[in-house]
Design a protein around this ligand. Sequence first.
Ligand SMILES: Cc1cc2nc3c(=O)[nH]c(=O)nc-3n(C[C@H](O)[C@H](O)[C@H](O)COP(=O)(O)O)c2cc1C
Length: 174
Amino acid sequence: MKILAFGGSTSSTSINRQLANYAAAKIPGAEVTDLDLRQFELPIYSSDEEESNGIPAAAHAFKEMIESHDGIVLSLAEHNGSYSAAFKNLYDWTSRIDVKVWSGKPMLLLATSPGGRGGATVLEAGKATFPRMGADLKASFSLPSFYDHFSSEEGITDRELAASLQGAVDAFSE
Ligand SMILES: Cc1cc2nc3c(=O)[nH]c(=O)nc-3n(C[C@H](O)[C@H](O)[C@H](O)COP(=O)(O)O)c2cc1C
């Protein structure tokens, strides 16, 4: 099973990309592609830009990455209660190719942040809208206070949170 794992962020040190890859590695038999959203360079979406120059190649490349995998593990970064601008821009452009952005793929949707709510607001936004945009949403999980609960050596250090993520991974894997 080919799994596409990425954070909804263009930070080189993205904690969401770390969490997505950590979760994807727990999927039995998964062959994981660690996707860095920084590879997709795009102008800010506007209808004028689309009319003048069409849909950028980077949006087609992102869509191709989705279609060439069997499942998606996405961890959303939260910026002011919503998606990061970089993720939203890529998402908007890709929706101009196909409104079913996620191509019907099974999705494990995550979020984390340094704060105690763990990106819960953006996670709810994704849960509410991604199924209408072609995601087969299997499970979700939010990791609060990332730096208190995650280490690169051990992964999630809190037992209850680790068990909760495992439950989401199991639901996805089924
Ligand atoms: C402009 C901006 C807005 C932010 N807003 C929120 C927020 O609403 N909620 C939150 O939990 N963290 C917020 N943060 C902190 C991010 O969660 C933190 O930067 C996190 O590392 C982002 O995930 P990433 O490392 O995967 O990019 C914000 C950060 C920035 C730069």
